[in-house]
Design a binder for this molecule. Structure first.
Ligand SMILES: [Cu+2]
Length: 146
C-alpha cells in the first residue's frame, strides 16, 4: 500500500516535470516564432529601404544643363549620351569652378564668374564625378552612356 502510493506520487511528479518541460519548450518556440516574424518583417523593411535607395541612385536627371546656385550643382546627378555637351551656369554671386574629381578627361573649367557659363563635351561613356575647386564640398556627377 505504501509502496504503491510512493509509485503514484513519483509518477505524478514525473508527469508534472514532463508537462512543465513541454510547457517551457512550447513557450520558447512561441517566443522564437515571434522573434522570427519580427526579423522577417525587418528584412522586408530593409528590402524596401534598399529599393528606395536604389531608385535614389538611379535618380540622375537626363539633362545637359546644370545650374550652380546656393553653393550646389543642380541637378546634382545628370545622365547624358556620349557626345553631348553639358553647360554649367553660375547663378551665384561668387565664382565657382567645374572640376573633374577622378583624373579622367572631364570638365576642368577655370573660374566661372557670376552669370558665367562653362561647357564641356563628354565623348567617352563613364561616370564623371566633379566638384568646385574653390568650395570642395560642392560635388556633382555626370553619367555618360554610350
Ligand atoms: Cu564654388
Amino acid at each position: 500500500m505504501q509502496q504503491s502510493t510512493r509509485v503514484i506520487i513519483i509518477s505524478i511528479v514525473i508527469v508534472l516535470i514532463v508537462l512543465g518541460g513541454w510547457y517551457l519548450i512550447a513557450n520558447h518556440n512561441k517566443t522564437n516564432n515571434g522573434h522570427t516574424a519580427a526579423s522577417s518583417s525587418n528584412s522586408t523593411m530593409n528590402m524596401s529601404n534598399n529599393n528606395s535607395s536604389n531608385s535614389h541612385t538611379q535618380s540622375s536627371v537626363a539633362t545637359n544643363a546644370v545650374t550652380i546656385q546656393n553653393f550646389a550643382f543642380s541637378p546634382t546627378d545628370i545622365s547624358i549620351k556620349a557626345g553631348t555637351s553639358v553647360t554649367w551656369t553660375n547663378k551665384d554671386s561668387v565664382t565657382h569652378t567645374v572640376t573633374e574629381t577622378d583624373g579622367q578627361t572631364g570638365p576642368n573649367s577655370s573660374d566661372v564668374s557670376p552669370n558665367g557659363t562653362y561647357t564641356f563635351t563628354f565623348t567617352k561613356a563613364g561616370t564623371y564625378h566633379y566638384h568646385c575647386s574653390i568650395h570642395t564640398e560642392m560635388v556633382g556627377t555626370v553619367t555618360v552612356t554610350g
